[in-house]
Design a binder for this molecule. Structure first.
Ligand code: FUL
Length: 457
């Protein structure tokens, strides 16, 4: 058993996955015929002429995205209705037959480049318009479209595949040839990461509400991510049971008890994808979520060993709705307010903790009343190891006060001690003495803990 845990501790990310972790927060952009029909899923019969963004301004999108602190954009080049936001030579169902005639993918990619953020795309395999859908010829059609997107728009950081697989216009379902799609991406954009519900590079978190797991492991059973590379042998209980039941909606994915039954582990971190509004596409009647809700989602995703892909839908004119632009600015301001002023402190490992249970002592230069966050980062390039930890305050008298208990750390764990939205925070209570020492105590890990950063804000 111990050998297996040591092996689990050695499961490592690729260079592309590490770069993706550093993106932390980027924007989804859902745009297409649904924007004009007030629907979420088009059926593929929509007239191309309805797609008419008269004031299209992708620089306005990029400006708003950057104001929130996001570092990239992922555009729905084609949604389930099959309509292409670029003039694909393989179909007539595209912008080329719309009154606008613009290549939206190009406009968006160029705006991202001008604004200094990365560009990626969503391409829906489910296509309710294509006459090829449900036949082997569809995989050729899809690969042709994918090749256009991979070769005509500069560097692509991310290709996002939706796993939905419904019926096409002829009533048939398609068998998607994902390995063939992945090969094309490796060929034309070797630095792009690939999202799919089950890997290879990034997996789906299992919901669209922005809810992260209490322990969001990047090292998970290959039974879930069958497109990812297996990096270990079987767990000690693999012969006694099976993880065939695993799905993305499972609460435990990658925790110690769960991996023991696996045939082998993979490194496939989770992305939290959600929309700033209830729907993915723009609807006049919908309002953006509250600042608090978005901030909390950020903390639990970008601050919970995942990345946050937050959707902002352009309206019929081709602009981000002013209500969303305002909310994004507020979010960016709040993130700056909370995370731009690091509290100067020194970090020392205490003697005697052992490799898997280290204790770190963080001493601030001046006593503090207002420590709001402890931000922890493992050296994830070497693997993800911490299973659980606790944080304590230590007062001059020597007495201790528990501040936080957590599970995994991984790329980044933001431990929130005080909520900027709360009326009263326990730590600013006058009866409590000021804090000058904080202890981070790892209570369980799979191998030697390699902590990269511990910072206070
Ligand atoms: C889902 C789709 O069905 C939704 O329309 C949306 O695009 C979401 C991101 O993925 O599977």
């Amino acid at each position: 058993m111990i050998d297996f845990l040591r092996e689990a501790a050695q499961v490592k990310p690729s260079r592309n996955q590490l770069n993706w972790f550093d993106m932390e927060f980027y924007a989804f952009v859902h745009f297409g015929p649904n924007t004009y029909t007030d629907r979420e899923w088009g059926d593929g019969t929509e007239d191309e002429k309805i797609f008419n963004p008269e004031k299209l301004d992708c620089d306005q999108w990029v400006e708003a995205i950057k104001a929130a602190g996001m570092k990239g954009m992922v555009l729905t080049a084609k949604h389930h209705d099959g309509f292409c936001l670029w003039p694909s030579q393989y179909t007539e169902h595209s912008v080329k037959n719309s009154p606008c005639r613009k290549d939206i993918v190009k406009e968006a990619a160029l705006a991202c480049r001008r604004g200094g953020i990365k560009f990626g795309f969503y391409l829906s395999p489910w296509d309710r318009n294509s006459k090829y859908y449900g036949t082997p010829a569809y995989n050729d059609y899809f690969c042709n479209q994918l090749t256009e997107l991979l070769t005509q728009y500069g560097d692509i950081f991310y290709v996002w595949f939706d796993n939905a697989c419904g019926e096409g216009p002829n009533g048939k379902k398609q068998v998607y040839d994902f390995p063939r799609y992945f090969d094309l991406i490796h060929k034309y954009q070797p630095e792009a990461v690939i999202f799919n519900d089950f890997g290879p590079d990034i997996r789906w978190c299992g919901n669209e509400a922005g809810t992260a797991r209490h322990a969001e492991w990047a090292v998970v059973p290959s039974e879930l991510c069958h497109y990812s590379k297996v990096q270990t042998g079987p767990g000690p209980l693999a012969q006694e049971g099976s993880l065939a039941y695993l799905y993305n909606t499972e609460k435990e994915l990658g925790t110690m008890a769960n991996i023991l039954y696996s045939k082998g582990l993979v490194f496939t971190p989770s992305e939290i994808d959600t929309s700033i509004r209830p729907g993915w596409f723009w609807h006049q009647k919908e309002e953006p979520h509250s600042l608090k809700r978005l901030f909390d989602i950020y903390l639990s995703s970008a601050g919970g060993n995942a990345c946050l892909n937050l959707n902002i839908p352009p309206n019929k004119e081709g602009l981000f709705d002013e209500r969303d632009v305002k909310r994004l600015k507020e979010l960016g301001t709040l993130l700056k307010q909370e995370f731009s002023k690091e509290i100067p402190a020194s970090v020392n490992k205490e003697e005697g903790g052992g490799p898997t249970q280290p204790v770190y002592r963080i001493t601030t230069e001046k006593p503090q009343k207002n420590i709001r966050y402890v931000v922890l980062q493992e050296d994830i390039a070497q693997g993800q190891r911490v299973e659980s930890f606790r944080i304590l305050a230590e007062f001059a008298s020597g007495s201790q006060y528990p501040l936080y208990q957590g599970t995994c750390i991984g790329h980044k764990k933001i431990c929130q001690l005080q909520d900027p939205f709360a009326q009263q925070n326990p730590l600013t209570d006058d009866s409590l003495p000021e804090i000058s020492t904080i202890k981070v105590q790892v209570t369980a890990a799979r191998g030697e803990v390699l902590m990269k950063e511990i910072r206070l804000f």
